[in-house]
Design a protein around this ligand. Structure first.
Ligand SMILES: O=C(CO)[C@H](O)[C@H](O)COP(=O)(O)O
Length: 234
């Protein structure tokens, strides 16, 4: 894929993704994340599927679903498989101490959070450029909001101290999520208390979900130039 080859971190992402794919066992229900690191993981699971490993999967985006289908991986839904054994997904920032995350720069945060919430084990795969001391240091918090009344929703988020940019797609049109909603990228700067911020954002009418993943991570696989590191939740 040309976008992945253009990414200087691609090789590290691939290594972390393969390590995580190794945790998938015969018969498991697997959550398939979204983004370029997850794409490496799905590719690796596709390879293992071709070798005879059998599992079922719930994808976190239409794009990941399409990729999984292209490998013949069997996709299922929550209706038949309400409990996911392992969910493997990327992240935009990982806070070193807490393993709290910012996700959603790829636009799939809502489905990603639903799948993570239904998983026994949530494994995050990143290269070491994603590790930060405090969330918000480098990326905004993506917030998925309803299109109706979005400027009113945005004003309430601004009142919490954010500078907001409306997410656009590559053609400059308003980005539309798989759920038909839009994303506001909310720049808070370094977030002193991300759990508190999540608690303030969640009840705002019009907010569908935020890209703050608090207390959900089981394990982070970090690829560095000198090898893989595993960070485990306390
Ligand atoms: O949250 C996400 C998509 O909504 C991705 O997991 C996140 O953006 C990381 O992407 P990448 O692996 O391409 O760096």
């Amino acid at each position: 894929m040309s976008t992945q080859n253009a990414d200087p971190r691609a090789e590290l992402k691939r290594k972390a993704a393969i390590e995580a794919a190794d945790m998938v066992r015969e018969g498991m229900v697997v959550g398939l994340g979204s983004g370029s690191t997850s794409a490496f993981m799905i590719e690796e699971l596709g390879r293992r599927w071709a070798e005879g490993l059998r599992f079922v999967a719930i994808p976190t985006s239409e794009r990941s679903a399409e990729q999984a289908r292209s490998h013949g991986i069997r996709l299922v839904t929550f209706a038949t498989h309400p409990q996911i054994d392992i969910d493997i997904d990327g992240a935009d920032e990982v806070e070193r101490g807490s393993l709290n995350l910012i996700k959603g720069l790829g636009g799939a945060l809502f489905r990603e959070k639903i799948v993570a919430a239904a998983s026994r084990k949530f494994v995050v795969v990143v290269d070491d450029s994603k590790l930060v001391d405090r969330l918000g240091a480098r990326v905004p918090v993506p917030v998925e909001v309803a299109t109706f009344g979005w400027t009113s929703t945005a004003r309430q988020i601004e009142a919490l101290g954010a500078r907001i940019t409306q997410r656009l797609d590559r053609s400059g049109n308003v980005f539309v999520t798989d759920g038909g909603n839009m994303i506001l990228d909310c720049h808070f700067g370094e977030i002193a208390n991300s759990a508190q911020l999540q608690a303030q954002l969640a009840p705002i009418v019009g907010v569908i979900e935020t890209g703050l993943f608090i207390g959900r991570t089981s394990e982070v696989i970090v690829a560095t130039a000198t090898g893989l590191q595993k960070l485990v939740a306390a």
